[in-house]
Design a protein around this ligand. Structure first.
Ligand code: AMP
Length: 547
C-alpha cells in the first residue's frame, strides 16, 4: 500500500520560489567586478532569474543542454544557478583558474551551448572563443555601459540586455527530479578531468542535509559569506542552502584578500563563512597585523584541504570563531563529513578537544562511510586502522559524465556500490573520520587541483627527459605544491631552470612545478607503473625554494 501524501518532485526552482515567498525581503549583497557593492533581495533574485530563464529559452537552450559560466561569486552568477537549472538546463561552472587549453577541452567535453563570463575573464574567453566547438553564444555578465569591444568576439551578448528583453513571467517547469541540474569537473585521479553530473534530487537532498545544525548549521538568522567559489562544487551548496533557510547572502566577487574579506565581514555583519585553509591564512594575517576583532563572525567551515590545528586554535581561542572542519569531494556534491562535536567531546578541553576538531568529522545523515584494507574488507572503527575511505549516498556519484572511466563503484557483499575516494583515513568509535594520506596522484594547492599527469606529460615532451613523475610536496602557504622528479636521458645536460622554463605557455602559470629533483631512477611497480607513493615518502618534506 502506498502512502497518501502529495508527490512533489524535488526541484531546485522550488528553493527560489520558497525564498521569494517567505524571505522576499532578505538581502543578497555582492561585491561586483566593477568594484562597487550591489544589494538586492531574494524577491529581486527570483524575478531576474525568471527573466534569465526566459532569455535562455529564447536562445533555444533545451532541457538537458549545458549552460556554462566562468564567474566569481556574485548575484548574476546566482541568477544563472537558478535560471539554468530551474528551466531544466544544466549549469556547468567552469574553473577560470585553468589554462585556455583546459577550458577549451572542458567546454567541448561538456558540449556547452552558451558561456556567461565575468569581465575579468575576457582575455581567457578571447583565447578560447574561436576554438570551442559547441558554444553558440558568449554573454558578458555586465550592463551596456561596461560592455567590452572585442574584435575576436563578434556578436558578444550583454547580460543586462537579456534581462531587460525578457519579462519575469517565466513559469518554472515541473519535471522528473532525477533530471540533471549541474555539472562540475574534477581533475580526479588519472587522465582527463571527469564530470560529476548532479541531479535536482541529489542537490535538494544535499541542501537539506547541509543546512542541518550538525552540518553547516545555517538558519534565517545567519549572514553567510561563501569564500569558496561558486565554480568549486557549487560553493559547497551554500547558494542553495541560503534560499532554503532564508539566510542573507554576501558574495565577495574577485576580492578574496584578507582586508577585502574582513571589511565585508564587518560591514555586512557576516555570521558564518566557508572556505579552504589558504584563504583563512590571508584573513588571519590581516586581522592579526592590524589587531582587529570579528564583531559578528562566529563560525567558519574549513575544508577542501586539512585544516591545520594551529588555525583551529587561533580562530577559536583568539577570535572566538568556531571552526567546523569538513570533508567532501566534487563526487560527493560535496558535503560528506563535518566535525560537529558530540556532548562527550564538548566536555574535552584544550588540546584534547582540538585533536578531535582536527579530524574531518562524522558522516552527515544520508552519507555512509567506511574504510577498507587492501583486500577490500572493512577495517575496524578504532581510530587507528587506516585504509581507503569509501562513501555512498544519494548525493554521491554513481558514474562520471559520459561514463568516462567506466564504473567507478566497488560493490560490497550485498551488491551495494561504494565510491572509493582515494583518501586514506581512520574512523574512530564515535564515527569521526580522519584523513591520514591520499592514494591518488593529485596535488591540491590552495584548495585547487593540479593534475600531476599533465605536468608529467609536458616534462616528457622535453627531448632530454627520460622519465618524469610529479608529486605533492608540503608547502606552508598552499598546503601542497608540485615537485617534479626526473630521470634525464643519458648524457643530457638539462638544468632545473631550463626544464621549468619549458612549462611557460604550456600550462596555467600557477601549475608550474615549484622544483625539480634529478634522480638516477624512479621506482617502478610490477606492472611497470611509477610507484609514486614511494617517491611521496621520499620527498614529502622536500624543502621547496621560496620564490
Ligand atoms: P574536490 O573534488 O576538489 O572537492 O577535492 C576532494 C578532495 O580534497 C578529497 O578527496 C580530499 O583528498 C581533499 N579534501 C577535501 N576536504 C578535506 C579535508 N578537510 N582534509 C583533507 N583533505 C580534504
Amino acid at each position: 500500500m502506498n502512502g497518501l501524501m502529495q508527490h512533489q518532485p524535488l526541484l531546485i526552482s522550488t528553493l527560489l520560489t520558497h525564498a521569494e515567498r517567505h524571505h522576499g525581503s532578505q538581502e543578497i549583497v555582492s561585491r561586483r567586478v566593477e568594484g562597487d557593492l550591489h544589494r538586492y533581495t531574494f524577491r529581486d533574485l527570483a524575478q531576474r532569474a525568471r527573466r534569465m530563464a526566459g532569455a535562455l529559452a529564447a536562445m533555444g537552450i533545451e532541457p538537458g543542454q549545458r549552460v556554462a559560466t566562468l564567474a566569481w561569486n556574485g548575484y548574476r552568477h546566482l541568477e544563472l544557478y537558478y535560471a539554468a537549472s530551474g528551466s531544466g538546463a544544466v549549469l556547468h561552472t567552469l574553473n577560470p583558474r585553468l589554462h585556455a587549453d583546459q577550458v577549451t577541452w572542458l567546454a567541448d567535453h561538456a558540449e556547452d551551448q552558451v558561456l556567461f563570463f565575468d569581465l575579468t575573464f575576457l582575455p581567457l574567453i578571447e583565447a578560447v572563443a574561436s576554438r570551442v566547438k559547441t558554444i553558440k553564444a558568449f554573454v558578458a555578465m555586465t550592463d551596456r555601459a561596461h560592455m567590452p569591444v572585442s574584435p575576436s568576439l563578434p556578436g558578444l551578448l550583454c547580460y543586462e540586455d537579456l534581462i531587460d528583453a525578457n519579462e519575469p513571467d517565466f513559469v518554472w517547469p515541473r519535471f522528473d527530479e532525477n533530471a540533471a541540474s549541474s555539472l562540475c569537473y574534477t581533475s580526479g585521479t588519472t587522465g582527463h578531468p571527469k564530470g560529476a553530473l548532479y541531479s535536482h534530487r541529489s542537490t535538494m537532498l544535499h541542501t537539506f542535509a547541509a543546512a542541518m545544525p550538525d552540518a553547516l548549521n545555517c538558519s534565517a538568522r545567519d549572514v553567510i559569506l561563501p569564500v569558496v567559489p561558486m565554480f568549486h562544487v557549487n560553493a559547497w551548496g551554500l547558494p542553495y542552502v541560503a534560499c532554503m533557510v532564508g539566510a542573507k547572502l554576501v558574495l565577495p566577487g574577485p576580492w578574496l584578500d584578507g582586508k577585502s574579506l574582513y571589511d565585508l565581514f564587518e560591514s555586512e555583519r557576516v555570521t558564518m563563512s566557508a572556505g579552504v585553509p589558504t584563504v583563512w591564512q590571508g584573513l588571519l594575517a590581516h586581522v592579526e597585523s592590524n589587531r582587529l576583532r570579528f564583531s559578528t563572525m562566529r563560525r567558519t567551515v574549513i575544508g577542501g584541504s586539512a585544516c591545520p590545528r594551529e588555525m583551529l586554535q587561533t580562530f577559536q581561542e583568539r577570535y572566538d570563531v568556531h571552526v567546523l572542519h569538513a570533508w567532501g569531494m566534487t563526487e560527493t556534491s560535496p558535503v560528506g563529513t563535518v566535525c560537529a562535536l558530540k556532548p562527550t567531546q564538548m566536555a574535552l578541553e584544550g588540546d584534547a578537544r582540538l585533536a578531535v576538531q582536527a579530524k574531518q568529522g562524522r558522516a552527515v545523515f544520508g552519507v555512509d562511510i567506511k574504510v577498507v584494507g587492501d583486500d577490500g574488507r572493512e577495517l575496524p572503527r578504532d581510530g587507528a586502522s587506516a585504509g581507503e575511505l569509501m562513501v555512498r549516498g544519494p548525493w554521491v556519484i554513481a558514474e562520471y559524465f559520459h561514463h568516462d572511466g567506466g564504473d567507478p563503484l566497488v560493490r560490497d557483499a550485498e551488491g551495494t556500490g561504494w565510491f572509493p575516494t582515494g583518501d586514506i583515513a581512520t574512523i574512530d568509535a564515535d564515527g569521526f573520520m580522519q584523513i591520514t594520506d591520499r592514494s591518488k596522484d593529485v596535488i591540491k594547492s590552495g584548495g585547487e587541483w593540479i593534475g600531476s599527469i599533465d605536468l608529467e606529460n609536458i616534462a616528457m615532451d622535453h627531448p632530454d627527459v627520460h622519465m618524469a613523475a610529479c608529486i605533492a610536496a608540503r608547502h606552508p602557504k598552499w598546503d601542497e605544491r608540485p615537485l617534479l622528479v626526473v630521470v634525464k636521458k643519458p648524457g643530457a645536460q638539462l638544468t632545473r631552470t631550463e626544464l621549468l622554463g619549458f612549462y611557460e605557455g604550456r600550462i596555467a602559470r600557477w601549475w608550474t612545478p615549484d622544483d625539480v629533483v634529478f634522480v638516477d631512477e624512479i621506482p617502478l611497480g610490477a606492472t611497470g607503473k611509477m610507484q609514486k607513493n614511494k617517491l611521496r615518502d621520499l620527498f614529502r618534506d622536500h624543502r621547496l625554494p621560496t620564490a
